[in-house]
Design a protein around this ligand. Structure first.
Ligand code: ADP
Ligand code: MG
Length: 449
């Protein structure tokens, strides 16, 4: 039975136990948000309401009715938003502390990222099926499995889902998930480390696994021979029939820093893309999120969020929690359309619909005081090249236009040139605060229109 239905039955009981005023004013405003480990947590809309319900005469009656509907051992806790969130934060901080102190406690994979929690639609069903089949039979089907797709479409989620699944079904296997950055750092440290066996430790860690998952491989660089090492790791595992799964935001042929021999290794398995969710899938994802987090949201709010947000699922989640948080701030347990409109009134409707390459180019020209002719022309002096590359990066980042089309916009440049410019800036955004600020400044200017 749904928590809410069970709670309704409790309400029917309480109604007979307290006065109508108390019932309407305080009891009826409670929302059950969690029932776990014999504890039912009720969310009150305000501190005042919470204190009222916690009064001895009332609290006992609530507990009695709850126990009649749930179990005789159920413990009732009344809380309100601020306190509840504070508690959640504390618990998380404690967990983190425990994990830090004893690394063996650390769950290797995010428990929320499971196959169960992953909504399957047209855009991702093939990827999801491939990942599932690899989780069920590692090293038997697709090896290596290379998945790629835009930001926030669920790649990391799926990698962790494989990890969670294997932890349960094949505890005998050694499963390792790392980001590309982590791999690089581990390797560079193993070389820098003067301990004679540091490099052996590194190999021990990476070459004894049964399943190796590397996330965000697009960040691979050649720092101190990282790719060389990765190549050997890859071959070693592959020859020993170990499963390799790789995720990236783009296909191997578009990762300009990737060495050819690795590119061809990746191509020997399955390369599968994950696409942007369509409208129905977006709605399904928001619904799932609501039930997972215990959010109570009107149906039209769900449609509204699905329409208003881009296809980035992470962004969608952010907007959803913003709406829920807003409605709870004004003391409501259920988010309505009005709350959604109010909470999102600053969320630019314009930003996606009105933005085009022309606008980005003009803004960059203004910003750097260069002319459009210079921007798309052939001049190679630094004053022109930097704005040009930034502009290419921004167009690629903010609009979904193929590289070849961007090449056209810039006087018929080849798509590899465009790719090079984009990668150069995207790298700098990562390591150079000055460039990061520059990019953010221009972006916020663009989104103001
Ligand atoms: P990526 O690694 O591709 O950038 P993530 O895996 O980090 O994206 O996903 C971003 C967020 O969106 C995560 O919280 C993830 O759980 C959620 N998400 C993405 N796709 C789905 C989906 N199909 N069903 C449920 N949640 C999803
Ligand atoms: Mg990711």
């Amino acid at each position: 039975m749904l928590l809410l239905d069970q709670w309704k039955k409790v309400l029917n009981r309480i109604e007979n136990e307290v006065t109508a005023v108390i019932f309407d004013l305080w009891i009826n405003t409670l929302t059950p948000i969690q029932y776990a480990n014999d504890e039912l947590i009720l969310l009150a809309p305000s501190v005042v309401a919470k204190n009222q319900v916690n009064q001895p005469g009332i609290f006992e009656k609530v507990t009695k009715c709850v126990r009649e509907e749930f179990t005789p051992y159920t413990f009732v806790r009344v809380t309100e938003k601020v306190e509840y969130e504070e508690n959640v934060r504390k618990q998380e901080a404690e967990l983190e502390k425990i994990m830090k102190e004893s690394p063996s406690y650390k769950p290797k994979f995010n428990p929320k990222y499971t196959f169960d929690n992953f909504v399957v639609g047209k855009s991702n069903q093939v990827v999801c099926a491939a990942m599932q089949s690899v989780a069920e039979r590692p090293s038997e089907k697709f090896n290596p499995l290379f998945i790629y797709g835009g930001v926030g479409l669920g790649k990391t989620h799926l990698l962790h889902a494989v990890g969670n699944f294997l932890t349960k079904t094949r505890p005998d296997l050694n499963v390792l998930y790392v980001t590309c950055d982590k791999f690089t750092n581990d390797f560079v440290n193993s070389i820098r480390n003067s301990k004679s066996n540091a490099n052996a430790d590194f190999r021990e860690k990476y070459r004894t696994v049964d399943v190796l998952m590397i996330d965000d491989i697009q960040f691979i660089s050649n720092r101190m021979g990282t790719q060389e090492e990765f190549f050997h790791t890859f071959n070693d595992l592959y020859q020993n029939n170990k499963q390799i799964i790789i995720a990236s935001d783009r296909p191997p042929k578009e990762i300009s820093t990737l060495e050819e021999r690795l590119r061809s290794r990746f191509s020997s398995g399955l390369i599968q893309d994950i696409q942007e969710p369509d409208y129905e899938t977006k709605v399904a994802i928001i619904r799932k999120k609501c039930s997972q987090e215990g959010y109570l949201v009107d149906d039209d709010v769900i449609d509204f969020i699905a329409q208003k947000t881009s296809t980035n699922v992470r962004e969608m989640e952010g907007i959803l929690s913003k709406v829920v948080f807003y409605s709870s701030l004004i003391g409501k347990s259920h988010a309505s359309m009005d709350d959604a409109r109010e909470a999102l009134k600053d969320y630019g409707e314009t930003e996606r619909t009105n933005l085009d390459a022309e606008k980005i180019m003009n803004t960059v020209c203004d910003f750097f005081k260069v002319s459009k002719e210079e921007l798309i022309g052939k001049k190679k002096n630094k004053e022109i090249v930097e704005p040009r590359q930034l502009c290419i990066y921004l167009i690629n980042d903010m609009l979904s236009i193929p590289l070849t089309a961007i090449g056209e916009l810039f006087g018929g440049r080849d798509h590899t040139t465009i790719m090079h410019a984009r990668d150069k800036i995207s790298n700098q955004v990562k390591i150079n605060p000055h460039v990061r600020t520059l990019v953010n400044d221009i972006k916020s200017q663009l989104l103001k229109y």
